[in-house]
Design a protein around this ligand. Structure first.
Ligand SMILES: *Cc1c(COP(=O)(O)O)cnc(C)c1O
Length: 414
């Protein structure tokens, strides 16, 4: 097991003690397990083994170079949403030819850089974007490979902020407009039709929405065939959920066989863009209790991590398990686990029954995805360090920020 308790009841990451990690690198500290990341990636790769396929890790979930480097060594592709993410992939040793570029607001500059890098595909999301990409490609005397992101109008049954496949969302092109989009691409000497894609939401726990969306885009593929337009790959996006509390995550083997049922004997490459499901359960956030505060209504455990380190509870009302790193003899009570930031929304968890005292270490579980990646310097707090554990080895893959670095780009008036 990746995160389990040893002799003295202490939480370990692989064969490394969490209290040793905290004392060596300080807190708050993000810790990721190499084995957990690799096995989550292999689960996708193996589930799709029966077909030509490419697993493109969506790096917005966690774009640390160390994490990207591990995945590029496995031969992973990458799903990017900005020029900055492309630069990270290249710096981490990733192959640009395995990169797909998503996002509703790509700039012409980002398109030009991606085109020159030789990415696999642009997942375009609007007719205006097609025009800009065409002129960028023309200016470079190149042909841009294109997939159109279809908005299949399926309800993935997830939180409204992370649902992306409904027609009221800003994402993708609806199925009626898509036909014209593809004709436009096929008619351009600077654009080439490569694929068709969708991404219907995040933290999904049902297989059916994927099947529904796939059925809808296959109808479109068949229509395109009548116009002599061939789709070479289908990109099913990401969104596979993980267990934070009591969710039942999608079984990838069942998911792949459900996808295969819908695909039948169609001869296409399948691309997937998982983010959260690769890294989410592979990371924890270690934090130290600074003070306990007891009021008439509530008990607070004030910790050294805050909403700038981990914003999911404040942003999405997300629930993440919080456990003491070592068993404690302190009296048990119900606590709100809060940070030092001056916002009432600054909490990591509410109403958690814990036995803790000041100085104890807590671990916030399932913190590998959308945690460090969404962190900020609010309240002039340096961002946390990040470590990848590989058995007993501890690799510092991001140093803790220094206070000075927070304002090194700022200037006094002359
Ligand atoms: C965010 C995103 C993903 C990854 O979503 P997860 O829920 O983290 O798997 C994949 N594709 C696109 C286009 C995205 O925007």
């Amino acid at each position: 097991m990746t995160f389990d308790r040893r002799q003295n009841g202490e939480l370990y990451v692989e064969n490394t003690s969490t209290s040793e990690l905290a004392s060596r690198f300080g807190t708050p500290l993000y810790v990721y397990s190499r084995a957990a990341i690799e096995s989550a990636w292999h689960a996708f790769d193996q589930a799709l083994a029966g077909r030509p396929h490419l697993v493109c890790y969506a790096l917005k979930a966690n774009s640390n170079l160390g994490v990207l480097n591990l995945l590029s060594r496995l031969g992973s592709g990458f799903d990017i949403v900005s020029g900055g993410e492309l630069a990270r992939v290249i710096a981490a040793g990733g192959d640009p030819a395995k990169v797909v570029f998503s996002g509703v607001g790509k700039s012409a500059d980002e398109m030009a850089i991606a085109l020159k890098a030789g990415i696999k595909c642009f997942n375009i999301e609007s007719l205006s974007e097609i025009e800009v990409l065409e002129s960028v490609a023309q200016a470079h005397g190149a042909v841009a490979p294109v997939s159109v992101r279809i908005n299949p109008d399926v309800d993935a049954g997830t939180h409204p902020y992370i649902s992306t496949g409904l027609k009221e969302n800003k994402f993708g092109i609806d199925t009626t407009a898509a036909l014209d989009a593809y004709k436009k691409i096929a008619d351009s000497p600077y654009l080439e039709v490569l694929g068709m894609d969708f991404h219907i939401g995040s933290q999904l726990t049902e297989i059916e929405p994927y099947q529904d969306a796939l059925r809808r885009i296959l109808l479109l593929c068949d229509q395109l065939k009548e116009y002599g337009i061939t789709i070479h790959h289908l990109d099913l996006g990401g969104g596979q959920g993980i267990r934070y509390r009591d969710e039942t995550p999608i079984d990838l083997t069942a998911w792949a066989s459900a996808i295969n049922d819908v695909l039948g004997d169609r001869d296409v490459e399948i691309i997937v863009e998982p983010g959260r499901s690769i890294v989410g359960n592979a990371g924890i956030l270690l934090t130290e209790v600074r003070y306990l505060k007891h009021t008439a209504d509530k008990n607070f455990a004030i910790v050294d991590a805050a909403m700038n380190d981990l914003i999911r509870p404040a942003l999405y009302s997300a629930w993440q398990e919080i456990v003491p790193v070592q068993p404690s003899s302190a009296p048990e009570a119900s606590y709100d686990i809060v940070g030092p930031i001056c916002e009432s929304g600054d909490f990591i968890g509410k109403d958690r029954t814990l036995s803790v005292q000041a100085g104890d270490l807590l671990a916030v579980m399932s913190s590998g995805a959308y945690c460090f990646a969404m962190s900020s310097n609010y309240n002039s707090r340096p961002r946390a360090a990040e470590v990848i554990v590989d058995d007993t080895d501890m690799h510092l893959v991001r140093e803790r920020e220094t206070i000075e670095s927070l304002f090194e780009r700022e200037k006094l008036l002359p």
